[in-house]
Ligand binder design. Sequence first.
Ligand code: PLP
Length: 471
Amino acid sequence: MQYISTRGNTPKMQFSDVLLMGLAPDGGLMLPETYPHIDDATLTKWRTLSYTDLAFEIMQLFATDIDKADLKGLIDKTYTVEAFGKADITPVRKLKDGIKIIELSNGPTLAFKDIAMQFLGNAFEYVLKQKNERLTIIGATSGDTGSAAEYALRGKENIEVFMMSPHGKMSEFQRAQMYSLTDKNIHNIAINGMFDDCQDIVKALQQDADFKEKYSLGTVNSINWGRILAQIVYYFKGYFASTENNSQKVSFCVPSGNFGNICAGHIAREMGLPIDRLIVATNENDVLNDFFQTGKYRPRTADKTYVTSSPSMDISKASNFERFVYLLVGKDTQKLTALWADVNSGQGFDLAELLGDIHSKYGFTSGKSTHADRIATIKAVYESDNDLLDPHTADGVKVAREVRKNGEIIVCAETALPAKFAETINEAVGQIDIPRPAHTENIESLEQFVTVLDNKADLVREQIEKFVVAK
Ligand SMILES: *Cc1c(COP(=O)(O)O)cnc(C)c1O
């Protein structure tokens, strides 16, 4: 399988090269030339596979330049009961009203990002060893990406991690998770700004070709193709867990920010998985909801991004969105390049003429949830089901309930565990004891290590120069 850039100006590449990349040199995102198609007989064969066997079957279609036995080894090492708590890795449970929840958050940092990131940590180490290279990972996080990346890369050989987060914008638990790490290759940087500012710094450094080369910069933020690939697996797993045969269709409702999670669902659907609808749930930062309702994409600037009680979705420029729009505009790289020029000039774009395709051909729909909605949903589900939802998952359940058609099977992605967001949970259901995995007990009382910097790429550059030897 060959990989190309959405902007059409990057030579074709193999999986192991794309794995170590952030943005493509032409500013686009890498993706396979075409998505493989899975026929009905194969789906039936896959239906009963374990998580690791299913992951292998799917990933080997995309990671064609990695030795198959090695790939199987990486997958088996990643998806263990020890790391993810449960043998089937992403079990599906059901609420009393029939809505299903796919548990994606039983990994080390209690968020869905672990599923991709734990794989990426092992895959990076493997590929770097093969190529005899090293990597300086720079990343931006509004909470969950950063901790998931740090827990996946801590102590890994030939990898240094510089993770930027918006100063004071994460929950106490998220800060404790990241800043309490003592591994020498992990560097936490809190930026005086918003998440999008952090992301802009990452982009600025990535676009400095000289610096990038000298310090072997790479990224694990949600534009990384390896992450999307690892996430495709649980759409198949969730589909099989929610159906008895392939004639049934399933809709997925996904609390969304950077469009990374649901992009994997979109690709699974393109591969032929019988997905009915892909429901994008946003919080008050509803740029994606506006797009899927109107066809107008109007990303907001950082200062117009709200700080909400589902903070991992506080995003106003969805970094993976381009992978879908590329297909939507018929793989027209020139048109896509022009659209993103309009995004970067602050203007956005209008694809209202394609709304029919967006809804019917690609199955997308959307909804929005506010603070009051998520509080009410957490409370209602706790009272009816004795089941605690985290605030992001509650946004998904709220939207799923709102858009559900008669007889539609909807699977909501549980993107984090409630223990990460105690304040909001307590606001919804009172001062209850929120269950916590043993390894996170008392995490807030550990000493924290973080460097606070102003919102300037050069200050981050200096930090990297201080800790990494230039080539
Ligand atoms: C990252 C994250 C999201 C948003 O996922 P995207 O891939 O950015 O759309 C939603 N919920 C939680 C808890 C997250 O950590």
